[in-house]
Design a protein around this ligand. Structure first.
Ligand code: PEP
Length: 246
């Protein structure tokens, strides 16, 4: 049985004042049974991890470099994230693929680095609107999955997030049938490559304009094990009902 998961991606949002939202979130989650994760900007990671230390909320990074150290100005290694208190890291988010030209091969290298630091890799995939409209969604996400996920992926070290690019931050959400089609396809692709035991263990999150009002129906959709949430994770008042819907 896969444990449900809600992960919040704060992106490039939040200064010290935002930690009050994390505190409020934590206060409401003492009886949480799902896996909860907040990925704040790197500047808040250590303090967020201290706040969340004895709580059901884990703290994650939003990216890491593939190398363990070296001349990479502005980058952070997976060991640094771990040292700051992270237990997971989002990799291959479409904003990083677009803004930093990250390829699936880059994502695979980062994923290996995350694993070596003992971090859970949350590997993101998703099609653009043009790719969906041309009927290429399954081949796009299938290729991204194959190339972004190294051998050695397990249900313990990896979570997959399906995030249609056109649904991120737009208020547009695929139909439940479209979400189910992709999640069923991803589960089958994992089964073919890794076998049933691994494929049954790995969490498949949906991401893209998840809100309190649509979370329950999305979570009831085939092969959806939770959500990766952007905008609605910034406020405890929005993220808490999403968690409650898991
Ligand atoms: C995201 O950035 O991962 C995301 C899903 O954003 P939003 O929930 O704001 O669409």
């Amino acid at each position: 049985m896969r444990q449900k998961m809600a992960a919040g991606n704060w992106k490039m949002n939040g200064t010290s004042a935002a930690l009050a939202e994390l505190e409020t979130l934590i206060q409401g989650q003492h009886a949480a049974t799902s896996e909860l994760l907040i990925c704040p900007p790197a500047t808040l990671l250590s303090r967020a991890a201290e706040l969340a230390a004895v709580s059901p909320v884990a703290i994650g990074g939003q990216d890491c470099h593939a190398a363990t150290s070296g001349a990479h100005t502005g980058d952070l290694s997976s060991d640094m994230l771990k040292d700051a208190g992270a237990t997971a890291v989002i990799l291959g988010h479409s904003e990083r693929r677009a803004d930093h030209s990250e390829t699936s091969e880059d994502v695979a290298a980062k994923t290996k680095s995350a694993w070596s630091a003992g971090l859970i890799a949350i590997v993101c995939l998703g099609e653009t609107l043009a790719e969906r409209e041309s009927g290429d969604t399954l081949s796009v996400v299938g290729n991204q999955l194959a190339a972004s996920l190294p051998d050695g992926a397990t249900g313990q070290n990896t979570v997959i997030a399906y995030e249609p690019v056109w649904a991120i931050g737009t208020g547009k959400v695929p139909s439940l049938a479209q979400i189910a089609e992709v999640h069923d396809f991803l589960r089958q692709a994992l089964t073919t490559r890794f076998g049933t035991e691994m494929a049954d263990a790995i969490r498949l999150l949906y991401g893209g304009s998840v809100k309190p009002g649509n979370a329950a129906e999305i979570f009831a959709t085939s092969n959806v094990d939770g959500a990766l949430v952007g905008g609605a994770s910034l406020k405890a008042a929005d993220f808490s009902p999403i968690i409650a819907a898991l």
